[in-house]
Design a protein around this ligand. Structure first.
Ligand code: NAD
Length: 367
């Protein structure tokens, strides 16, 4: 029976890649060791792991020495020599952080990185990116509501009536749709824009208004993702946002293009035209930001407008995020155990970055 080891992540993230429920599920097929304290910051106690059937191990190096398959969301292997071959599984952003792959180029070592998971129906239950995006969209609304100087729902009280807040959501993918749904539940009037016209029905089904800007470039071959837009189209979008920004109490931006810098949608001029007390939450901060004033993980004030660029917003509800990640990784590991010998398996081929010390991934290699 293979031996799976779960590493403790870095202190800032607070996440864990496998929850006790995942230990229970995988325990029928694998021996499982968990580094002591791995789930503590996410609200999963060492006792819960033991009760689920895992063995607690004191040190990271012991996990690396004793286990065959090593799971961590983003805690990196540093290339130490532990004798026996290892398979590493995690979410290592290998396309934007290319050198991260180097330590894994050792004989017998394999690396699967789930940021490369294909966007197919079969792979949906393993899509870590979607889990993180859902929670980020939800948290962005809570953060904006908390930092805004205005309330979100309509409130009628002895002192009069407060009108509902106006939200503008840029990008209606997984994070944007969750932000729309959460904003609507809080009672906001929500307007949203995306370059993919297919998102119109999803936006409208959540009770928000879709903003149409003609002339967007769409590419069916991009696997459901957005592609870069022409300068002319981006200019038209900017004019539209400028008009919208004047009325918005909250702008949440989620626009991304895989493997590229995020598109600039909100200029300093637009921020200056916003109402005092308004808030911009930029969920694209880690890849350059959708707002010109965004600074990753910092609060920027321009006139009386607050601009926030959280890069790890999903970690503020670490218990729920870890629960979703754990389900994603558990499904992936079950798939790996079942299909390890199938060289043509689309999911394994898509996520395998290193095999026996050699970089083999087509997207990483650009082939
Ligand atoms: P993402 O995080 O890459 O981007 C977020 C959104 O920003 C996308 O909707 C994108 O169209 C939009 N965007 C990009 N440039 C823009 C611009 N200049 N202006 C406005 N919006 C812009 O995307 P995502 O949330 O990962 O989802 C992308 C697509 O993949 C969606 O269609 C989603 O439903 C699909 N998806 C499929 C699966 C699956 O089948 N396994 C899983 C997750 C998502």
């Amino acid at each position: 029976m293979q031996h799976l080891g779960v590493l403790k992540e870095g202190e800032r993230r607070r996440l864990v890649a496998l929850a006790p429920a995942g230990v229970q599920r995988l325990g029928k097929q694998l021996r499982i060791s968990v580094q002591r304290g791995a789930g503590r910051a996410a609200g999963y106690s060492d006792e819960a792991y033991e009760q689920a059937g895992a063995t607690l191990v004191e040190h990271r190096d012991d996990i690396l020495r004793e286990c065959d398959v090593i799971l961590s969301h983003d805690s990196h292997y540093r290339g130490e020599d532990f004798g026996t071959p290892k398979t590493f599984i995690g979410f290592f952003n290998v396309l934007s952080d290319r050198p991260v792959v180097e330590p894994y180029k050792k004989k017998g070592t394999s690396l699967y990185s789930l940021d490369l998971i294909p966007r197919t129906t079969l792979a949906q239950a393993m899509d870590v990116l979607s889990s993180v995006a859902s929670i980020s969209g939800y948290q962005a609304v809570l953060l904006a509501a908390e930092r805004s100087l205005a309330t979100v729902p309509m409130i009628t009280s002895a002192g009069g009536t407060l009108r509902p807040a106006r939200f503008l959501i840029m990008g209606a993918g997984v994070a944007g749709l969750q932000a729309i749904a959460t904003g609507r539940r809080l009672g906001a009037i929500v307007r949203a824009y995306d370059v993919r016209s297919a998102s119109r029905t999803e936006v409208e089904s959540l009770g928000a208004t879709f903003i149409e800007v003609e002339g967007a470039t769409e590419d069916k071959k991009a696997g459901g993702y957005a592609v870069e837009q022409s300068a002319d189209h981006l200019e038209r979008v900017r004019q539209m946002i400028h008009q919208e920004a004047v009325h918005a109490d909250v702008i949440i931006t989620t626009a991304k293009i895989p493997g590229r810098k995020a598109p600039l949608l909100i200029t300093e001029d637009m921020v200056r035209s916003m109402k005092p007390g308004a808030v911009v939450v930029d969920l694209a901060a880690a890849t350059g930001g959708n707002c010109a004033l965004t600074e990753p993980d910092a609060t920027v004030m321009r006139k009386e407008v607050t601009i926030l660029g959280p890069t790890m917003i999903e970690c503020s509800c670490a218990h729920s995020t870890s629960f979703l990640l754990s389900n994603n990784y558990t499904t992936f590991i079950e798939h790996l155990l079942k299909n390890a010998d199938n060289a043509d398996d689309e999911i394994l081929k898509g996520t395998r970055v290193v095999a026996d010390g050699e970089v083999v991934n087509a997207r990483y290699l650009g082939t």
